[in-house]
Design a protein around this ligand. Structure first.
Ligand code: BG6
Length: 483
C-alpha cells in the first residue's frame, strides 16, 4: 500500500471516539503500510496530558481492541503521537498548534499535508473551523478535514457551520463522516441492486410495495442524556444514517461507481425528495419515549434529561421520491432506543401476484446490517406431502472467517480519507436536503408541543417501540415485516 505522508490533528484526542475507534483504526492502517514513517498525529484536548501520557493511551487503545499485536509495532506507532493541551476558544493555542504541526512536518517529511479531525462535541466545530482559517493552520500540501456528526442541528445551523468550514476547505476537501456508510452490508446495497438481474429487474414501483428500514437499539441513552436532549432520534439517527441507507436504496443507477457519479445519482434522487406537509406528518409519523420499569429508568428520569422532556427516543415515518426507479413507493423507517434487541435491517416488500395456487405470500428481500451481516429472500415452493405452498428463505451469508476480516467502519472510512475517496461521505448538497426534510418534521412536532396538548407515546422498554408506529402505513395491507 502506498505510504501517505501527513500530519493529522485530532480535536478531541482524549475522547471516547478517539480511544475506541480512531487509534485502533489508525494502527491497522499503519500495519498495512498506508501510514508508516512519514506521519505524525497531534491529539488535542483540554486535559493537561503529556506526549508520553497520550502514547500510553494510544497503546492501551490498541491492546483493548486487538488480541495479538507485535509490541515493537505498538511502540513505534505510538511514538508518532504528540499531545497539545488545547482550549478551542484560545487563539494562542492555535498558534502553538501550528508551530508544532510545522515542526513535525519537517521531522517526519510530511510534505505539508494536513488532516484535521473534529472528534469533539459538535458545538465546537464552528469555532475550530474559524480558528483554523484565521490562524492559517492549513499546510502547503493537501488539506482535508473530517467532520463528525451531527453536522448542525437544523438547516440554518448546518449552513452556518458549512460556511465556517468552507472558509478554509473546498467541498472536495471536506469529509462529513457517517459511520453507517462504512458498514459492510450498507456497502453491499449498490452491488446487490445493480449486479443481479434477478434483483435489478424487479427494483421498481411496479414490483416493490414498500421498503422498511429499522435501526433498533437495545441500549438507552446511557451517559449521553445531555447530548441527546439537544438531538432526539430524528436528528441522531434519521437525518444521517437512515437517510443514507434510503438514498442508496432509491437512487437511480449511476453511470459508473466513481465518487462523482455516485453522488450525481444520489443528488438526482434527492432533488425529488417529497417534503411532507403537516397533514402527512400527522398520519405517517410517530415519535415516542421509553418508559421505565422496575429495574430501568424512563427516558425522563435519565441523568441530564429534563423531567418534562419532549425529546423523542423513537421515531418512525415515511419517505417518498418523485423520481428514481422506485418513485412513489413508500419507504418506511423507524429507529429507537431500548428496543427488544439490537437490529439494523432493511426489508423490501414485493407486491402480490395473481397465481393459480390461490393464497401465497409475496417475496421479501431482507438485508440485515447488524448484528448479523446477511441477505435473505423469502421464496415459495411446493409442500412435500400435502397440497399447498410453503415459504423458505434463500440465504446469502458470510463465513465466520470472512466476517473476522471485515474492517471496522472507521478503518474503512479513514482509509478513504487518506486516499481521497469521497464516495462514502456526505456531500453538502445531500445534507441540505436531509435537513430540509428533518426541519419539516421538527417544526410540526414543535408546534404540537407548543399547542399544549401533546401526548408523546411512552413505550415499554425492550419491546418493539410504541404501538402507534403500527399505524403509519398508507394502506391496511401494509405492516412491519420485522416484529
Ligand atoms: C450514533 C448515534 O450515530 O449511532 C448513537 O449517535 C447510536 O445514538 C449509534 O447509538 C448506533 O450505531 P451502531 O453502529 O451501533 O448501530
Amino acid at each position: 500500500m502506498k505510504n501517505i505522508p501527513v500530519v493529522m490533528i485530532i480535536f478531541g484526542g482524549s475522547g471516547d471516539l478517539a480511544h475506541r475507534k480512531l487509534y485502533p483504526a489508525l494502527f491497522n492502517l499503519y500495519e498495512q503500510g498506508l501510514i508508516h514513517d512519514n506521519f505524525a498525529v497531534i491529539g488535542t484536548a483540554r486535559r493537561p496530558w503529556s506526549h508520553e501520557y497520550l502514547r500510553g493511551q494510544v497503546s492501551d487503545a490498541i491492546h483493548e481492541t486487538h488480541d495479538e499485536v507485535d509490541e515493537n509495532d505498538v511502540k513505534d506507532f505510538a511514538s508518532h503521537f504528540y499531545y497539545q493541551s488545547h482550549d478551542v476558544t484560545n487563539v494562542e493555542h492555535y498558534v502553538t498548534l501550528k508551530e508544532l504541526a510545522q515542526d513535525l512536518d519537517d521531522r517526519y517529511c510530511a510534505q505539508g499535508n494536513r488532516l484535521f479531525y473534529m472528534a469533539m462535541a459538535p458545538r465546537f466545530f464552528g469555532t475550530i473551523a474559524t480558528h483554523i482559517n484565521d490562524q492559517h493552520l492549513t499546510g502547503s500540501g493537501f488539506n482535508r478535514i473530517v467532520v463528525e456528526k451531527p453536522f448542525g442541528r437544523d438547516l440554518a445551523s448546518a449552513e452556518e457551520l458549512n460556511k465556517q468550514i468552507t472558509a478554509s476547505f473546498k467541498e472536495d476537501e471536506i469529509f462529513r463522516i457517517d459511520h453507517y456508510l462504512g458498514k459492510e452490508m450498507v456497502q453491499n446495497i449498490l452491488p446487490l441492486r445493480f449486479t443481479n438481474p434477478l434483483i435489478k429487474n424487479i427494483w421498481n414501483s411496479d414490483n416493490i410495495k414498500n421498503i422498511q428500514v429499522t435501526l433498533a437499539e437495545r441500549l438507552g441513552v446511557e451517559a449521553r442524556g445531555g447530548y441527546y436532549e439537544t438531538s432526539g432520534a430524528l436528528r441522531d439517527m434519521v437525518q444521517n444514517h437512515i437517510f443514507q441507507i434510503i438514498t442508496l436504496l432509491a437512487m437511480p443507477e449511476p453511470e459508473n461507481i466513481s465518487a462523482d457519479n455516485i453522488h450525481k445519482a444520489k443528488q438526482e434522487l434527492l432533488d425529488s425528495l417529497i417534503i411532507p406537509d403537516a397533514e402527512e406528518i400527522k398520519k405517517h409519523f410517530v415519535r415516542g419515549q421509553y418508559a421505565g420499569s422496575d429495574t430501568t429508568f424512563a427516558y425522563k428520569q435519565e441523568p441530564n434529561v429534563d423531567e418534562n422532556s419532549t425529546t423523542e427516543t423513537f421515531a418512525a415515518g415515511e419517505v417518498k421520491f418523485t423520481k428514481g426507479p422506485i418513485a412513489g413507493v413508500p419507504i418506511y423507517f423507524r429507529t429507537g432506543k431500548e428496543f427488544k434487541e439490537k437490529k439494523n435491517r432493511i426489508d423490501i416488500v414485493l407486491k402480490h401476484i395473481n397465481n393459480p395456487y390461490g393464497r401465497a405470500h409475496s417475496n421479501n428481500i431482507t438485508i440485515e446490517i447488524d448484528p448479523k451481516s446477511e441477505i435473505y429472500i423469502t421464496i415459495n415452493g411446493k409442500r412435500i406431502s400435502e397440497p399447498g405452498i410453503r415459504r423458505e428463505n434463500l440465504e446469502y451469508t458470510f463465513s465466520k472467517e470472512e466476517l473476522s476480516q471485515v474492517p471496522d467502519g472507521y478503518e474503512r472510512l479513514l482509509h478513504d480519507v487518506f486516499v481521497n475517496d469521497s464516495t462514502n461521505f456526505t456531500h453538502w448538497s445531500e445534507l441540505k436536503r436531509y435537513w430540509e426534510y428533518i426541519d419539516a418534521i421538527e417544526d410540526a412536532w414543535k408546534q404540537e408541543n407548543e399547542s399544549g396538548n401533546v401526548d408523546i407515546p411512552q413505550y415499554l422498554p425492550y419491546r418493539m417501540g410504541p404501538k402507534e408506529a403500527n399505524h403509519i402505513f398508507e394502506s391496511a395491507t401494509e405492516h412491519w415485516i420485522y416484529e
